[in-house]
Design a protein around this ligand. Structure first.
Ligand SMILES: Nc1ncnc2c1ncn2[C@@H]1O[C@H](COP(=O)(O)OP(=O)(O)OP(=O)(O)O)[C@@H](O)[C@H]1O
Ligand SMILES: [Mg+2]
Length: 497
């Protein structure tokens, strides 16, 4: 038996205007976690989509256990023991958790064609338990948070009894303790000889879970290395072709007047008496674990959830914000956590997605749109954020996951907001582009904007915030100044019960 369960050789894949994979070789050992690294748009998802039959390759060979295979669709790849957890969720939002887990594989009552529902729900409970997800399997998927959906995707892959599991950014919405649970599962799977292809932009976790890494850049393979023998700097250099000097470019700040004042905000979905203020020039970090109310807070200020009580003052005046349009009029912008669902019109082009919410900036009056300036504005934002796209007219659906995220960001940067609420601003963004986003945040605050930055990434909170609020079960439990905040202190208050 060969050392490799999988060998991909000379894989080529072209899309209109893009050579997504250029003669890529990739091999996977039995029982290894092989990390795929590379900038947004480098070709990682495309490579795994070819492996699992979602895309067809233009040329190259795939050997599974030494035998050449060619999967015309995902179902035949699944039958051969290849399971995928996609970067974009693949769940049916209006079906129950249990139905999603066993979609296409109904359990029938012995000898009949009746679906054995009690067995489905029993098995679902077990599958959920294995990933530490404590929810009722009868719930509809659209009622779940992003993190819960991600765990559900993982539970689903685990039920397939796969020999190769592909995880495309599985932890982007998970918090530390959930990541630990996932890693425990991965270690268990490894010991059973299952091989894992793991895609992630979080450098810290790559080292913790990966055995080897293959780095892609612009569709070509740059290197394959043993992770234990490779430094982070070296990996970053392979990925972006240069060294990364400054990770958190937060300059010194001059804070001005109060921009946003939240007083006694409570909501039906769990926020309890939240009060704080945000000043011009300030980045206020909001840290909290899953379920602490971070995202609910963002949505309440933005008017996205009904039934909030308390008051919100903007620029010193009390404002009624009942829906997002009210918020936008008050120059409040929200970069949502779940960007595919709340942030993008997928079939529309890059340019229109960016300028949609700020057409007044590019219009010539009388409702006419100045197409030349629309294009100019979008192009310059795309350059700043390093969005990789064949052009401004490309449909957003055709961009890589990380580049889609950047388009949502560009959209809000293009608006004339003064209060920016960024919910996980760098989720799914590559290391180089993260720095570009931090630079933009720094620039925005220098121009007098205020930023609420919700993040579960400790380095980002510590590196970019001027003050930090820690949320815990719907309340603000603690406030820290930049000078007094530390990783340990944040975790202490975030997980206090
Ligand atoms: N269906 C498609 N149609 C057209 N172009 C595509 C399609 N899918 C991917 N591409 C292009 O192929 C290139 C590689 O994309 P891919 O999704 O593989 O990147 P990635 O490495 O997974 O990036 P990310 O880290 O952002 O997820 C990108 O330039 C992307 O725009
Ligand atoms: Mg991808």
């Amino acid at each position: 038996m060969s050392e490799f369960i999988l060998e991909m050789e000379h894989i080529v894949k072209k899309f209109p205007g893009v050579l997504a994979l250029n003669d890529v070789d990739f091999s996977l050992r039995r029982g290894e976690v092989h990390v795929l690294l590379g900038e947004n748009g480098a070709g990682k998802s495309t490579l795994v989509k070819i492996l699992c039959g979602a895309y067809s390759k233009d040329s190259g060979r795939i050997l599974l256990n030494g035998r050449e295979v060619d999967f015309p669709d995902t179902r035949s790849a699944q039958k051969a023991g290849i399971a995928v957890i996609y970067q974009e969720f693949n769940l049916f939002p209006h079906l129950s958790v249990a139905e999603n887990l066993f979609a296409g594989r109904p359990f029938l009552k012995g000898g009949t064609s009746l679906i054995d529902w009690s067995r489905i729900f029993d098995e679902a409970e077990q599958a959920l338990q294995r990933v530490g997800l404590e929810i009722d399997p009868h719930l509809s998927v659209h009622e779940l948070t992003v993190a819960q959906q991600q765990l559900l995707e993982i539970a689903k892959a685990l039920t397939l009894d796969a020999k190769i599991i592909i995880m495309d950014e599985p932890t982007s919405a998970l918090t530390e303790s959930e990541i630990e649970t996932l890693f425990d599962r991965i270690r268990e799977l490894k010991s059973q000889g299952v091989s894992i292809i793991y895609i992630s932009h979080r450098m810290d976790e790559i080292k913790r879970i990966g055995d080897r890494a293959t780095v892609l850049r612009d569709g070509a393979r740059v290197a394959t290395v043993e992770l234990s023998e490779t430094s982070d700097d070296q990996l970053v250099q392979y990925m972006i072709g240069r060294r990364l000097e400054e990770k958190f470019p937060r300059g010194s700040v001059t804070v001005g007047e109060t921009l946003l004042d939240v007083r006694g905000l409570s909501t039906d979905n769990g926020l309890k008496d939240i009060s704080f203020s945000l000043r011009r020039g300030e980045i206020l970090g909001i840290f909290g674990l899953l379920g602490s109310g971070r995202t609910e807070l963002a949505r309440a200020i933005f008017g996205a959830d009904e039934s909030a009580s308390g008051s919100i003052l903007i620029g010193g005046n009390e404002r009624t914000i009942r829906r997002p349009l009210d918020a936008i009029r008050c120059k409040v912008a929200l970069l949502p956590e779940d960007r595919r669902r709340h942030g993008l019109l997928l079939p529309m082009c890059v340019m229109h997605n960016i300028t949609l919410s700020s057409l007044n900036k590019v219009s010539r009056g009388f409702g006419l749109i100045d197409h030349a300036s629309e294009r100019k504005v979008s192009r310059s934002l795309c350059e700043k954020l390093t969005v990789r796209t064949p052009g401004m007219d490309t449909a957003v659906a055709n961009l890589s996951g990380g580049n889609q995220q950047k388009v949502v960001l560009a959209k809000w940067l293009c608006s004339q907001a003064e209060v920016f609420i960024f919910d996980e601003p760098t989720r799914g963004i590559d290391v180089g582009a993260k720095v570009a986003i931090y630079e933009l945040m720094d620039e925005l605050t220098n121009q007098g904007a205020g930023i609420l930055m919700i993040s579960s990434e400790l380095p980002e909170i510590l590196g970019m915030s001027d003050r930090v609020l820690v949320m815990n079960r719907g309340r603000i439990l603690k406030e820290f100044d930049k000078e007094e905040v530390s990783e340990g202190a944040l975790m202490h208050y975030a997980s206090a019960s």
